[in-house]
Design a protein around this ligand. Structure first.
Ligand SMILES: [Zn+2]
Length: 202
């Protein structure tokens, strides 16, 4: 996993500092996995250990998968790469005109088909959950979730700061990233200015 951290850092997919997230919350880390996934060799390297763990669990009879599905945009390349490494079809769900997650482009689910959901970053599990709901409504069984970065944080009170993830999770890396309400941000208290990622060169 430490190798994956190096890949994230060297491709600037993980930035350390003081960030204003799109959710309005503040964090000491920012992830843009597309920066890593733009390099096919790095994408393959980052996901090799995930594919290996999944293969082992399939061999041990703990897991069965028929296809890999990622929620767009973040999940598309991760799904493709895992599909390639596992020898499985890979496709994606995406938002329709009204913003609802849907299966489009003629992609089909067969009843009982066992799905591995693929994501770039799992923060709350929200987009994976939306993707799963679409697939389950079509009769699929979600077997597991894979991601590049599991960045689920603990809230200060010790409550898990995340929605429940109902499936076994296979992350390439786990990174404890602080995630504060703007009013409680430790970095704001120190007077460090917050940066909106992507808004300027960092
Ligand atoms: Zn702050």
């Amino acid at each position: 996993m430490s190798d994956v951290i190096s890949l994230l850092k060297e491709s600037e997919a993980m930035l350390e500092g003081h960030f204003l997230l799109s959710s309005g919350r503040h964090s000491d880390r920012y992830f843009q996995c597309a920066k890593l996934l733009q390099y096919p060799d790095k994408a393959a390297a980052a996901l090799a250990a995930v594919a290996e763990r999944i293969r082992e669990d399939i061999k041990a009879g703990k897991l069965a998968i028929d296809a890999v599905v990622g929620p767009a945009m973040g999940g598309i390349i991760v799904a493709y790469e895992l599909g390639k490494q596992l020898g499985l079809p890979a496709f994606f769900t995406e938002r329709n005109d009204t913003g609802t997650m849907a299966l489009r482009r003629g992609f089909e689910i067969e009843p009982g088909q066992r799905i591995l959901i693929a994501e770039d970053v799992v923060t709350t599990g929200k987009s994976s959950g939306e993707c799963a709901a679409v697939l389950e409504a079509l009769g699929a069984k979600v077997a597991a979730l894979a991601c590049v970065v599991d960045r689920r944080a603990q809230l200060p009170e010790g409550k898990p700061g995340t929605a429940d993830i109902r499936w076994p999770l296979y992350p390439a890396a786990r990174v404890q990233a602080a995630n504060w309400d703007a009013a409680d941000c430790e970095l704001c208290k120190k007077g460090i200015p917050a940066v909106k990622p992507g808004s300027r060169k960092m």
